[in-house]
Design a protein around this ligand. Sequence first.
Ligand code: T4K
Length: 376
Amino acid sequence: MTQHKAFEQPIYVTRPLLPNLSEIHVKLEEVWQSQWLTNIGKQHKQLEKRTTEVLKVPYLSLFNNGTIGLITACQSLRLQGEVITTPFTFAATPHVLMWNNIKPIFCDIDPITMNIDADKIESMITPQTTGILPVHVFGTPCDVEKIQEVADRYGLKIVYDAAHAFGVEINGVGIGNFGDISMMSFHATKLFHTVEGGALTYRDKHLKDRIDLLKNFGIKGQEEVVMPGINGKMNEIQAAIGLVVLNYIEEERRKRAILIDTYRRCLMDVEGISFLSDIAGVKSNSQYFVMRISEKIFGRSRNYVYDEFMKYNVFTRKYFYPLCSEYTCYRHLPSSSMVNLPVAHKVVQEVLSMPLYGELTVNEVEKICDILKSFQ
Ligand code: T4K
């Protein structure tokens, strides 16, 4: 067995896209000159326009983070009662339901895409169900057609958690066009970021007024407040940074795509390691590289690999372990039972998110793969 040396510097699962500081400085000068720091200023308006174009959606509202955006999406559609979602996601997904006094109902996931299993949604519907909250996990699109078909049949709303899916397209259609509303996260760890931030995208123009009011306390004019809104506004500094970052995302995406190809090339013959291939008609955003480790075939468990990598200064992540249905706040729910979620329970023991960001080199990825092979 070859003995590899640990990386001198830690290799994290991701690093934020950081444009040249001088460019940010120029943008901040503009903000300083304007003396306008928040409350829907010039930078906000520009970023809203540009992201609407980039995402190929009819309407978009910026937010100070994705979670507040998702809470607002549920409010804007007046969701209540029960909403069907996936247990294989970040904590924010079920939490936004609770913040709307809605009971999350966990549905099992597809064994390949790891997204909500569209064929199982129908069996989770009760008279209390008002909506579906699927997640395009790791940027892989859900079965949007089947989900829409179920929603139409039962008169349910669909809010997509598209936190990972900035720039993803299905047959040239921006991912933010599906369902009633989609939420994208602009967190520092995402391909496109505004440090913290997010957006809602939708096709219904009537939603624009409602969402924009809801994100600004429901304030219509200086003397009129028309609904119980929240403070979801993206500030001018966030928007200014976003306008600069936006210029770099295509380059970042290209670099990441090369690294993903490298992972695939180095790992394709390793028995017990699997990963998703490109999907026909889908433009990927190369947001994550997630592999699955079959302990039986690879000979080592995902947890073993995760622990061993740390000795080499490689910090992978077990996204999304544990399942949300295992959190203390949700494990009591009937839909959280293991018999309801057999696929999710298997998948969550196998997944490992590998380091992926534009600054990473092909050599580093090759070395990471060699280290992985040495664990066998
Ligand atoms: N829905 C889904 C499906 C989501 O995944 C998320 C967020 C949301 C909703 C909510 O959207 P936001 O409200 O966040 O807009 C990170 C992100 O904080 C979170 O936004 C993201 N999902 C989640 C998948 O990943 P953590 O707890 O893993 O972050 P953290 O601090 O451990 O960072 C991960 C790695 O990134 C670090 O090991 C190093 C690197 N890093 C991180 C930060 C913050 C940097 O190099 N620099 C940085 O500034 O949640």
